[in-house]
Design a protein around this ligand. Sequence first.
Ligand code: HEM
Length: 458
Amino acid sequence: MPIDVSAPPLRRARTIPVHRVLPNFARDPANTLADIGGQVDGELVRLGLGPFRPYLVTRPDHVQQVLKSDWTSYQREGMFWRPLRRVLGASILGEGEPWESSRRALQPLFTTRRVASLAERMAEIINERMDELDEYAGSGRLVNAAEQMARIVNAAIVGALFGGRISRADGERLAPAYDTAAGSITFRLVMPFMPYSIRVPGDRAFMKAVETIDEVVFPLIRKARADSSGGPDVISALCDLRDDDEAGNRQIRDDLVSVYGAASESTAMTLTWLWPLLDAHPEIAARLQEEIDGVVGSGPVAAGHVPELRYTRMVLQELLRLYPAGWIFPRMAMRDGEIGGVRIKAGSQVLISPYATHRLEEFWERPLEFDPERFAPGDRPRRHKYAYFPFGGGPHQCLGQHLFYVEAPLLLGAILGRFRIGVRSKGPFTAAAAASLRPKQDIELEITRAGRVAGGVR
Ligand code: HEM
């Protein structure tokens, strides 16, 4: 908000000193932010993180100001975002004109109705992947939860974005290329002031990964242009919208690469956190299982099952409260202003963390407890709209919310229709310092086939 001269004088925010932030932040970044947010009751503070001191914004009204009412003053610019632009280009994940035109083009492709048209194809792909899980079932071999969730989610997202135009081999080149790009960008994120004319560790692997992504995506755009039959997939819709010239195709590439990036890791990581939670809450697991047995049975899962999986949706909503994959998203103050009576200077970094806000006791009873009943339909305690914002808010609100609430129930319906899952790694599991909330430790799962008995499932 611009400074109001008639208002009380602005305060300076308290700084949490570096020795209280840095060691804990390196060990367990998400809980460090949540602990600090809780200790100061959501007051605006600065985090001593060495050379820069970003503001931590956790109170729902402050979050609303940054994301919505005053969003043009707090933009996705600055040191955290610059390195990402080298892979994402000028796209929906940026700001300004490129973001605006991409948002306008992409938004209609992710409405409830459009997502419903992609659901059948996603269900088919997810069901196919179950046959591969079956190879593990009963073999005694453990599977890595994050790897398996990523494998299934990536295939479903690639199907939704590219339809039947992409070979499995090409689809499977994308995931490791993204992983390499994400892993090799760390130096640039930590030392964002280094000029790009100077090569730094990770640069070569990063550029190679971007090359691989382009080798897969550009031919697909050409293929979609040549085949005018148009499917319900996103690439066909983008080809209809954008000019068939170098600039138009580059824009399609940037948006596809950005949407794939935003969609795949976030969904896969969210679902990874579910298994230890279900393991620790057998009564919730049993109710979920009962719903899936009743709706999906032994499968295959189908798009028509999704609206009936009501408890599954509540479980997913509560899962996203405790483990919002976008656990931190940075903004840069574009001009001098204030938040909650604190002066914010142009150029400052502001950090928003749903992980921290979702754990504030003032807004959530028993905030650390996993309790899907919080999202039961009917009378719910009235809460500030921005006490819960796993998908962000304001003009940059996630485009993939409907897609998530179709894809995730399909995936759970398919898995729990056919298998029983046991967690074999010992917790507690903590989040690593990564762009999305990813468990630091491996979560190993044992998969067994659901026993069929006359009239039901054992
Ligand atoms: C559990 C799953 C997901 C979570 C937790 C999540 C979270 C978020 C959050 C917090 C933002 C706002 C970022 C910001 O304000 O800077 C965002 C933006 C975005 N998400 Fe998601 N997302 C998820 C899944 C998806 C999926 C499946 C898609 C696929 C279409 C998607 C596409 C996008 C896009 C395109 C944006 C940028 C929107 C804009 O800036 O206009 N997300 N997401």
